[in-house]
Design a binder for this molecule. Structure first.
Ligand code: XUL
Ligand code: CO
Length: 442
């Protein structure tokens, strides 16, 4: 590939300079090559840049068009702009030092007038991406299809009342799977932004959910037929853009997967801001998935406590991330998943340099959280507390309960003849919160 001109001429590769550095374009905690437990930090954290925000985000909101104008978005030919944009993207990935990126089909190549034309456009950009991946070593964490922007999907894709739209979506996902496989994508994500409803007056909820299940079974069958080995991921979100989305949260996702025999084929891609929109903490969603062996990947971002929508901000809340990392590490990590920055710049953050500040902040916050979580787990104080708290289930009648060896009759007899009234024990929440703070703030 010929050496193109730099799109970020003023920015050098971002280096690790340690916590003492005053350089805002350096890492203070993320040291990609540092080996921890036989693996580099890069391999532990598996950071990824989201193409749609970093390279398609314009800062547009419902009250005004985009504010972010990139120098590489020049010209009138959509295909050549797409290629130059991709050149800029890979320069960014490389300078930032992320091992992965993620995209929707329509992020990287413009949609054509027909599906065949869209596919041809995509093929050209996939060939371009292949060259860049080879030259830089940056890999595809996951691919996905945009089944929510085009007006044909206004009433859903797989849950559309019109089977014609279902068929179109199936054809689009077939291609997206081909493309993800061609680029060595390690996962494939289903986020059903419009798989839900606005009103039950026009919606057959049961049929729509059955159609969604049929769609996902078709995807599983097709992936098998082409030998795609990547992990399928469901990304739950309760609402937005639809009023009610079917993959509401991890718990309802598990029920859906089990009901329709899909559980062996899927794990969850958990997004921080989606968790909070569902009324959960980020850690709750991670723990719920982990409890079922279904923790797959993370869309790393944050909401705003005062706003009730998906603000997709970069997360610099070390406390929230430390708790999340404790749960992720306790679950054995993310496997083929990673930490994908599904996060965007604020509307007034218009400098190309802001892209670096945003990702550096997100990566450093996660790296610090990773280190703190490892210390918390190594010290074992919280684990010891938990073990003690449930110890009554480890022996005697408690163990019989856990092993389901006793029933109401036996326990009734036991309480009446031997146990009597239980002695309440403190939950020690304040003590534990203070203990957590000793790790966060010394
Ligand atoms: C939207 C969202 C999507 C998915 C991929 O809220 O998170 O960008 O991550 O379709
Ligand atoms: Co997401």
């Amino acid at each position: 590939m010929k050496k193109a001109k730099s799109h970020f001429p003023r920015i050098k590769s971002i280096a690790y300079e340690g916590p003492g550095t005053k350089n805002p374009l350096a890492f203070r905690h993320y040291n990609a090559d540092e080996v921890v437990d036989g693996k580099t930090m890069a391999a532990h954290l598996r950071f990824s840049v989201a193409y749609w925000h970093a390279f398609r985000g314009t800062g547009a909101d419902p009250f005004g068009p985009g504010t972010i104008q990139r120098p590489w978005e020049k010209g009138t030919d959509a295909m050549s702009i797409a290629k130059t944009r991709m050149d800029a993207a890979f320069e960014f990935f490389q300078k930032l030092g992320v091992p992965f990126y993620c995209f929707h089909d329509r992020d990287i190549a413009p949609e054509g007038r027909t599906l065949a034309e869209s596919n041809r456009n995509l093929d050209q950009l996939v060939a371009h991406a292949k060259g860049h991946q080879k030259a830089t070593g940056v890999k595809l964490l996951w691919g996905t299809a945009n089944l929510f922007s085009n007006r044909r999907y206004m009433c859903g894709a797989a849950t559309n009342p019109d089977a014609h739209v279902f068929a179109y979506a199936a054809a689009q996902v077939k291609k997206a799977l081909d493309v993800t496989q061609a680029l060595g994508g390690q996962n494939y994500v289903f986020w059903g932004g419009r798989e839900g409803y606005e009103t039950l007056l026009n919606t057959n909820l049961k049929r729509e959910q059955a159609h969604l299940a049929a769609f996902l079974h078709m995807a599983v069958d097709y992936a098998k037929s082409i030998g795609f080995k990547g992990q399928f991921l469901i990304e739950p979100k309760p609402k937005e853009p639809t009023k009610h989305q079917y993959d509401f949260d991890v718990a309802s996702g598990i029920a859906f997967l089990r009901t329709h025999g899909l559980e062996p084929h899927f794990k969850f891609n958990i997004e921080t801001n989606h968790a909070t929109l569902a009324g959960h903490s980020f850690q709750h969603e991670i723990e719920t998935a982990a409890a079922h062996g279904l923790l797959g990947s993370i869309d790393a971002n944050a909401g705003d406590e005062l706003l009730g929508w998906d603000t997709d901000q970069f997360n610099t809340n070390v406390k929230e991330l430390t708790l999340a990392m404790v749960s992720i590490l306790r679950a054995g990590g993310l496997g083929s998943g990673g930490l994908n920055f599904d996060a965007k710049l604020r509307r007034p953050s218009i400098d190309p340099e802001d892209l670096f500040h945003a990702h550096i902040g997100g990566m450093d916050a996660y790296a610090l959280a990773f280190k703190l979580a490892r210390r918390i787990l190594a010290d074992g104080q919280f684990a010891g507390f938990l073990k003690e708290r449930y110890a009554s289930y480890d022996t005697g009648f408690g163990r019989d309960i856990a092993k389901r060896r006793v029933g109401f009759r036996e326990l009734n007899r036991l309480v009446l003849t031997k146990l009597g009234e239980p002695t309440p024990r403190s939950g020690k929440q304040e003590y534990l919160e203070n203990l957590l703070n000793t790790y966060l703030h010394g």
